[in-house]
Structures are given as structure tokens and as C-alpha cells.
Design a binder for this molecule. Sequence first.
Ligand SMILES: O=C(O)c1ccccc1N[C@@H]1O[C@H](COP(=O)(O)O)[C@@H](O)[C@H]1O
Length: 203
Amino acid sequence: MTVRVKVCGTTSVHDALLSAGAGADALGFIFAPGSKRRVTPEVAREAGLAVGPVVARVGVFLNQGLDEVLRTAEAARMSAVQLHGDLSSLYVREVARYHPVLRVLRPADLGREDMLEGLSLPGVTPMLDAPEPGSGQPLDWAALRDLFPAGAWLAGGLGPANVAEAVRVLRPAGVDAVSRLEARAGVKDPEQVRAFVQAARRA
Ligand SMILES: O=C(O)c1ccccc1N[C@@H]1O[C@H](COP(=O)(O)O)[C@@H](O)[C@H]1O
């Protein structure tokens, strides 16, 4: 199965076109408070519309209120949302009534019944990420091999140099990265973006 590729932390039309041109399946737009890659719904909407009908636009949220998530995703014309944080399965279910959801788990969550409960809902896809999102820290893929949920996506410190190995070990449905694809916070490095998409595709 071909692995899907998401390039996260898009903050401009320029970088949206760059990632889409490199072959990304999805662009991430971070609306989490305090993120150095935070983007406004207006800029995200303009950048997302610029890439046309095929590339997915994923709004990224961290422990934000339901109203804020739904209003922001709608204003920015997102096609899916990515939910980080300690959120109830009721909350995830409510968001999934309006948008396809990538529900982010940390390795420690894989043993928690309450977290796993929120995954068995239509339209909810699990994504495994490092405990501190956007920090560029890779996970211990070998240690996760037996726990990695079928059909899950993988994030956490992925880049051109290690994505093929991560895909080989865990066989995720999709991969996602930000830190290792940047020239500086919030600005893409074109070479790293292209190399990441190519390495993931070839894996
Ligand atoms: O990048 C951020 O600032 C961020 C803030 C809040 C929630 C998620 C964030 N980024 C997500 O982190 C992962 C992986 O990042 P990295 O490649 O390890 O730097 C990715 O899913 C981003 O969407």
C-alpha cells in the first residue's frame, strides 16, 4: 500500500504550493496556541484553496474547545482536523460528525482504554506522535511494532533521512513531519520537503 504523505506547519501560499508541487497528499495548518507555526484561518484558507481540489488540508489543534475547533476548521476551509491532547471520546465523536479526524496518540496512550475507545468511530484515524508535538523527536519504532494500531499514521521527528526506515518498521498508512522540513520555524526548506516526499514514496 502506498504511504500517504502530510507536510505540516504550512504558513503561506508559497509553502503550500511548494509542498503540493513536491507531491504531498496533505498539508497541515497549525492553529494550536503557542505554536511557532501558528497560522490564521484567513491565511490557511488562502493557502489551502491555492493547491486545488486534490490535496487535503488538515487543521491541527491542541486541547482547544469544541466550538473553536469547528469554527476555525470551517473558516479555514479545512478538509480534515488533527486533534492533539487529552480529549474525551465524546469530544472526538462530536468533531467527527463534521470533519474526518486524525486523532493523535502518544506511545503511553497505547495502553489506555479511554484513549483507544475514541478511535473506533467512523471517520477517525489514529496517528502516533511524540509526547511533545512539533519537537522533532523520533519515536522508538522497534519498541512500538507490536502496539502500533493498524491503519494508523506516524509522526514524530520524521525527515528525509529516516522516513524510509520508519515506514519499513511500522508500515503506517501515512507519515507526517514538520521540524525537519524547515529552513526556520514556520518556513519550509524546499530541498527537505522534496526529499521527504520522495523518500516516503520510495519506502
Ligand atoms: O508543530 C507544532 O508546533 C505543533 C504544535 C501543536 C500541535 C502539533 C504540532 N505539530 C505536529 O507535530 C507533529 C510532528 O512534528 P515533528 O515532525 O516531530 O516536528 C506533526 O503531526 C505536526 O502536525
